[in-house]
Design a protein around this ligand. Structure first.
Ligand SMILES: Cc1ncc(COP(=O)(O)O)c(C=O)c1O
Length: 390
């Protein structure tokens, strides 16, 4: 029993797409920058401030380097939601001034992209094309390019879908768009650190979230990469002390930034082992599920190795979650909408029928954070609950 009266149970954690555990080593770094070196990176008159400023610069240089950008091209934010808002809403004034008010995106984006774009559509008269990917869950480069027009300001396409794990062709798209006046924004909340080679492509704007790679919640980044002398003409959506090139004013959360730095370094160092182990876990899970009747939602061949979305024939996903909640923590679709029973907007946009889209289950894992998971036990429960085939 903990102080709050919770009984600590070892529930296998298969929901890293919602958030990850902060490694105690990373937490120690955060604690250090809270309790020892606690200065404000903006304080110019003493050693505390100087030390914080230097540390932030080191973190900035490293993190920018992971996507092939320069330190001055990265600003710290509170996470991918804020980065998406700064990128999308921040481009709007330029679109209005230049008469380029067309935006292309996909219908499988996270709400943190869909909602700001709907705002631009409804409040500012932008025209937004929401592309549907079909059952593979992958939006094709050709489908995007087909919609491209002279007045297309921006393409916003996510890196890795948070419900299916399907990797979108952002690198290929970047190579083509770089030769046009259209800017590319990529919400890389789920892909950052995991498919690093894609993000070194010439993408103009990249949103990063810390808590999907073992950093604390509440920190992230926005990369604004230059095109030669040119860069995405962002205008601020918030005003204050002028920090972060005036695009994200506010006192820098040095402990969180240092936590992000440490977690990203760890992830980079251990990525090949992480990938191998995550792949092996996916094989074991799929092998165990072989005794049940299920379909995989999305193209596994183009997926990250640690996210799998399945629908079990005739089985209500919520009922299964309740049944296994003391053993396994999983999610239906996006965490932000999991309180409601509406079909997943991602699975619906893939053209899947309502019953399949409502009952999609997302398994997502870091092999080192799973604790006690027995895929055979899960498969046995599912098989027991599944209606017998007639
Ligand atoms: C694809 C995607 N974009 C954006 C977000 C929001 O990220 P943050 O929690 O850092 O604001 C998430 C988080 O679930 C996500 O999966």
């Amino acid at each position: 029993m903990t102080a709050l009266g919770w009984v600590r149970a070892v529930v296998a954690y298969l929901d890293v797409a919602a958030t990850t555990r902060v490694d105690p080593r990373v937490a120690e770094v955060v604690l250090h920058w809270m309790t020892e070196d606690f200065g404000n990176a903006g304080s110019r008159t003493h050693e505390y401030g100087a030390r914080a400023k230097k540390a932030v610069q080191q973190a900035r240089t490293f993190l920018a380097g992971t996507v092939g950008a320069k330190p001055e091209e990265l600003i710290f934010t509170s996470g991918a939601t804020e980065s998406n808002n700064i990128a999308l809403l921040g481009m709007a004034p330029y679109g209005e001034k230049s008469g380029r008010k067309h935006i292309i995106t996909s219908a499988i984006e996270h709400k943190a992209v869909i909602e700001p774009l709907l705002h631009l559509k409804e409040a500012k008269g932008f025209e937004v094309d929401f592309l549907e990917p079909g059952p593979s869950g992958r939006v094709s480069k050709e489908a995007v390019l087909e919609k491209l027009r002279p007045d297309t300001l921006l393409v916003s396409l996510m890196h890795v879908n948070n419900e299916t794990g399907v990797i979108q062709p952002v690198a290929e798209l970047a190579e083509v768009l770089r030769k046009t006046p259209t800017f590319l924004h990529v919400d890389a909340a789920q892909g950052y650190g995991k498919v690093p080679q894609d993000l070194t492509a010439p993408i103009d704007l990249i949103s990063i979230s810390g808590h999907k790679v073992g950093a604390p919640k509440g920190v992230g980044a926005l990369v604004t990469r230059r095109r030669g002398w040119d860069k995405a003409p962002l205008e601020p959506i918030m005003f204050g002390g002028g920090q972060e090139r005036k695009l994200r004013p506010g006192t820098l959360p040095v402990p969180l930034i240092m936590g992000l730095y440490e977690a990203a370094k760890d992830f980079q160092e251990n990525r090949s082992r992480w990938e191998r182990d995550a792949r092996r876990m996916r094989e074991e899970l799929l092998a165990a599920l072989g005794r049940t009747r299920f379909q995989i939602n999305g193209d596994v061949e183009h997926s990250v190795p640690h996210i799998l979305n399945v629908t079990f024939d005739g089985l209500n996903a919520e009922a299964l979650i309740v049944r296994i909640k003391d053993q396994v923590a999983v999610a239906t679709g996006s965490a932000c909408t999991s309180a409601s029973y509406t079909p997943s907007h991602v699975l619906t946009a893939m053209g899947l029928p309502d019953d399949v889209a409502t009952n999609g289950l997302r398994f997502s894992w870091f092999p080192s954070q799973v604790a006690d998971f027995d895929p055979d036990e899960l498969a046995a429960t599912v098989a027991y609950m599944q209606p017998h085939a007639t």
